[in-house]
Design a protein around this ligand. Structure first.
Ligand code: ATP
Ligand code: MG
Length: 219
C-alpha cells in the first residue's frame, strides 16, 4: 500500500496507528502480528505507540515488543536494511504481518538531489521496490510506504492534469497495489482518498488525528 500525500497530513501518525492495529486480531481470521518500522526521517516516537495502545486497551510493553524499529540513514542503508528485514521474516515465519517505510523517498531525495542523478535515483528506487514486492510475496507480509507529494513548480507552464505529483513518479505508482492520498480538510479534518485500486472503487473518507492515533471524523 502506498500513501502519497502532502506534508503534515498524518502519514506518520497513520504509520504509528498501523503499528498497533496490525497487532490486533481482525476480520477473516486475521490473527494480528509483529511489525517492522523503517524510519527515514527520525519521526518515530515510541510514546505515541503507548497512547495508541491505550485507545485499543492493549499493554504498552506488549505493543512495543512487537514493533521492530530500524532507522535508515542513507538510501543505500535503507536498501541494506531490507536484508535484515528478510532475515527476520525468515527467522520468525508467519509472525510478522506488516512492514512500514516512512518515508520511502526522503533519503533518495537527499542522496540524488541533482537533475543529472535522476535516472540513477529512479533505477535504485526501482530496485528497492522490486525487492519489497518480492519480500512481501515470499513472506506474506503487507508493505505500507509513505511518500510526500510536492506542488510541481513547472506545472503551471504545461498542460498537466495534476499539478501535485508524487516524488518518485510512475515507478512508485506502478509498484503499489492500493494507493491512498491524504489531504487537509476544514479545520482539523483530514481526507483520505483511495484511488487506482485493482479491486476497490474510488472513495473518500474523513478522519482526524487524535492522541489515540488516526480516528474516524465525528461530524
Ligand atoms: P510530513 O509530510 O512532514 O512527514 P506527515 O504527513 O507525516 O507529515 P504527521 O506527522 O503524521 O504528518 O502528522 C502531523 C499532525 O499530527 C500535526 O498536525 C499534529 O498536530 C498531529 N499530531 C501529532 N501528534 C499528535 C497527538 N498526540 N495528538 C493529536 N494530534 C497529533
Ligand atoms: Mg511524516
Amino acid at each position: 500500500m502506498f500513501c502519497p500525500s502532502e506534508f503534515r497530513t498524518g502519514k506518520t501518525q497513520l504509520s504509528h496507528t498501523l503499528c498497533v492495529t496490525a497487532q490486533l486480531p481482525g476480520e477473516d481470521s486475521y490473527t494480528g502480528g509483529k511489525v517492522i518500522f523503517i524510519d527515514t526521517e527520525n519521526t518515530f516516537r515510541p510514546d505515541r505507540l503507548k497512547n495508541i495502545a491505550d485507545r485499543f486497551n492493549v499493554d504498552h510493553d506488549a505493543v512495543l515488543d512487537n514493533v521492530l524499529y530500524a532507522r535508515a540513514y542513507t538510501s543505500e542503508h535503507q536498501m541494506e536494511l531490507l536484508d535484515f528485514v528478510a532475515a527476520k521474516f525468515h527467522e520468525e515465519g508467519g509472525i510478522f504481518k506488516l512492514l512500514i517505510i516512512d518515508s520511502i523517498m526522503a533519503l533518495f531525495r537527499v542522496d540524488f538531489s541533482s537533475r543529472g542523478e535522476l535516472a540513477e535515483r529512479q533505477q535504485k528506487l526501482a530496485q528497492m521496490l522490486s525487492r519489497l514486492q518480492k519480500i512481501s510475496e515470499e513472506y506474506n507480509v503487507a508493505v505500507f510506504v509513505t511518500n510526500q507529494i510536492t506542488a510541481d513548480p513547472g506545472a503551471g507552464m504545461s498542460f498537466q492534469a495534476d499539478p501535485k505529483k508524487p516524488i518518485g513518479g510512475h515507478i512508485l505508482a506502478h509498484a503499489s497495489t492500493t494507493r491512498i492520498s491524504l489531504r487537509k480538510g476544514h479545520g482539523e479534518l483530514r481526507i483520505a482518498k483511495i484511488f487506482d485500486s485493482p479491486d476497490m472503487p474510488e472513495n473518500e473518507a474523513t478522519f482526524t488525528i487524535t492522541p489515540g492515533g488516526i480516528a474516524d471524523a465525528k461530524e
